[in-house]
Design a protein around this ligand. Structure first.
Ligand SMILES: [Zn+2]
Ligand SMILES: [Zn+2]
Length: 403
């Protein structure tokens, strides 16, 4: 017997119903916010992620499904969604056209990591990206869009925000931080020691308790933001305050790559335990330029769909559609023809074998059908079809022609 690969799962039954329900409604909300659908390939050149997600990240360092194809190209399964959308934005020359472009996407992502609860090797994300808008109103817009999606599905969360600075205020801060980290290097974990040279900002992301304690006195970017960054961060905070949207400023919320700028945020579920971000995002004003496009500001977010599915309740579905069954071998072809006709208007199930009325009614009910239409010997003789409305519990006969 062949099983699905480790860390990969079939989506079926209630899970796929929830998945479709989520994607359908999240897409609708994104469309209302002026975002258009984009679908990018699952396979991309490995170089795209090496450059955009960064060599020093765990994703690129350890977790990519990377291989050489038959044409000798180094390619990989996308580990996240933003890089492909930015690649497409530049390739289609949208960076050369003035104006704002907004996209939403959803689909499978792949990371080769140790499978554990809530973490799969194939998982799905719903994300949005906005290009060409540096106004902090767009930061608010993106946060409100994400909030509206989570609110629609009645998901409880805490909103955490931070500012990551810009090309003016980040480099001097980094220098300061490296000095501080070098002094306490001996006490840090191996990962953090490596980060001092590769990606110092990411130390704030370390889950190690002793590292976190040592970092209590570390310099924080929030206090050394330049005027422009601090103005835009205050704008976002004031807006949230006035709109009565609760938030926490979390100076440990970092991305650690130079093209991530200004606003960063995370929605952490209060239902699935601490440290469980269901969605996160922020500005990446330097990413388009970094990937050889024209300097264009960008901002977006991604939602981990699997993390959300367990928090979603499906709406109660009402019985609908027609079930067709025959009680006599001779009625089957007529039953089939009626079913085919009805199928042009609504959901239809057709039974191919004659069964008792009781058995037909039971199956129709099990399949969530509203009507059970049956033809037996008598009905066949009288050119009629017997129908039961399983909601109103009413039975009636109809002439075939009329039906
Ligand atoms: Zn700045
Ligand atoms: Zn550490």
């Amino acid at each position: 017997m062949i099983n699905a690969l480790r860390g990969m799962k079939d989506l079926l039954s209630t899970q796929i119903e929830k998945y479709d329900y989520f994607v359908k409604n999240a897409s609708k909300i994104a469309l209302n916010f002026g975002f258009e659908h984009i679908e990018t390939p699952i396979l991309e050149e490995t170089a795209l992620f090496r450059r955009s997600v960064g060599e020093s990240s765990d994703i690129v360092g350890k977790e990519m499904y990377e291989f050489v194809d038959k044409g000798n190209n180094n390619i990989c399964l996308r580990p996240e969604g933003t890089a492909g959308v930015v690649r497409s934005f530049i390739q289609n020359k949208y960076d050369r056209i003035a104006g704002v472009k907004r996209f939403f996407y959803h689909g499978a992502m792949f990371r080769y990591e140790r499978p554990q609860k809530g973490r799969l090797r194939e998982f799905h994300q719903f994300g949005v990206e906005c290009f060409g808008e540096s106004n902090p109103y767009e930061d608010i817009n993106i946060i409100l869009l994400l909030k509206e999606i989570l609110d629609f599905f009645k998901i409880e969360y805490t909103l955490k925000i931070n500012s990551l600075g810009c090309e003016k205020c980040l480099p001097p801060f980094k220098e300061n931080l490296v000095k501080f980290l070098s002094d306490i290097e001996d006490g840090l974990c191996d990962d953090c020691k490596r980060r001092i040279r590769t990606n110092p900002i990411r130390v704030f992301d370390c889950k190690n308790k002793s590292c976190q304690e040592l970092l209590l006195d570390a310099p924080r970017l929030g206090v050394s933001l330049c005027d422009e960054c601090s103005k835009s961060f205050n704008f976002v905070k004031n807006f949230l305050l006035e709109a009565n949207i609760k938030y926490e400023v979390d100076s440990n919320l970092v991305r650690g790559l130079d093209y991530y700028t200004k606003t960063a945020f995370e929605f952490v579920s209060t239902e699935i335990g601490a440290q469980n971000a269901v969605a996160g995002g922020g500005r990446y004003d330097k990413l388009v330029k970094f990937l050889d496009g024209r300097d264009t500001p960008g901002i977006g977010f991604a939602i981990g769909i699997e993390r959300i599915l367990n928090l979603i309740d499906l709406p109660k579905t009402e019985k609908s559609g027609y079930y067709f069954g025959a009680m006599d071998e001779n009625a089957i072809s007529l039953v089939y023809k009626l079913g085919v006709k009805k199928r042009k208007q609504e959901r239809v199930e057709i039974a191919y074998n004659p069964k008792s009325l009781k058995a037909h009614l039971k199956t129709a009910d099990k399949k969530g059908m509203r009507y059970c239409a049956v033809i037996g010997e008598n009905e066949l003789k009288n050119h009629q079809v017997w129908i039961k409305d399983l909601v109103k519990k009413e039975e009636f006969l109809k002439n075939i022609e009329e039906f």
